[in-house]
Design a protein around this ligand. Sequence first.
Ligand SMILES: *Cc1c(COP(=O)(O)O)cnc(C)c1O
Length: 432
Amino acid sequence: MPFSDLPARLHEIRERVDRAVARGGHRQRVAIVAVTKTHGPEAVRAAWDAGIRDVGENKVQEALAKMEAVDVPARWHLIGHLQRNKVKQIDGFALVHSVDSARLADAVHAHGIQRGRAVDALLQVNVSGEGTKGGYPPDELRAEAERLATLPGIVVRGVMTMAPFDAPESVLRTVFAGARAARAVLAEVGHPATELSMGMSNDYEIAVEEGATMVRLGTLLFGARASDAPPQDQMTDATFRLTALDVRRYDFGTAFRGYDKTRVDQFREQVAEEIERLTRANQELDEKARNFLEQLRAFRERDRALNEALIGAQKLREDTQAQAEREAELLRREAQLEAERTVAAARRDAEREIERLRGEARRIEDEIASLDRVHRTYIAQLRLQAERQLAELAASEAAALPPVPQRARLAATGGGEDDGRAAADATQKTTE
Ligand SMILES: *Cc1c(COP(=O)(O)O)cnc(C)c1O
């Protein structure tokens, strides 16, 4: 039985992975992706039987052949460079690890849209900057992540990276930590970026310590590969690609030299078929063009409707503004009238108050005048009283003096008894 020691190897690897998780402290779950490239379908079968559920391949064609050949529901991972013209063939893969350029990302997105289901993918990041490795430079990742956030045909699940082969541990750690930082950038932009695909047979324990959630193991599980050079995808199979027409032309050339009638007929038939195929393709294109035109018309229609709505809105705004101005003018006039009314009322109140105060002043003046009159009467009485007392005093003094002859006294005063009476009368008059 091929790969009979696989279960034992796997057991050992899992224990090492667990210990590396504990050392690294990232508490992540780690999936082991069995890299079966260059091995036959029996490697996939053996991996499945040993309990591995994830299988990795670096070439689309090779993977498709194995998918056909083994009947296990493994999750297939595409871990090698993907050419844009192969994008339509990736439906058998659960995850594409190697989206390494904007152009490829666009093609993957377009395919996701076309098939009606987004493609789960990791962005390959070239942390070490080695020229031989593909992937986004880390400093271009944020801008690209923001761009990809607008492409619904691709779902960015995380980051894949490859460390330089046989580098010292410190370099490996720098590269793996760089990939972890790249994943954080994707998450910040809003991608569901939880996966970190890094670590191969020779460096997986360090990768796990640095947070790897997927390690891609080939050699360690299945032994050395036939061509045991470090993995390189430099020579793409486009280099060797022949078109169907190239093959037919070659066929025809060799056949024509011997003028084999059946080959000539066959060629004619093939050409006819090709023309039919092209005609069909042409018709499909026509159909598509018609659809586009239809869409364009619909867009223009919508554009026109929007424009009209816009103009309507503008006019409405102008009307509303005029109305508002009219109302404002009315309000202003009303406010002015109200103000005038208030001022007039206030003035009337003030005048009334002034009138009242003047009345009050007159009343006080009157009062003062009457008080003055009383005062003057009082003074006059006092004076009269004083005079009367003086007169009495004078009289009693005269009584006490030696008697003056009656005649002399009468001559001196120029009157008689009548004079005394007239003086009393005058006093009486003043008192009244
Ligand atoms: C081949 C390959 C691996 C596995 O390499 P091993 O040295 O056998 O572990 C991992 N990743 C990629 C991209 C590969 O091409």
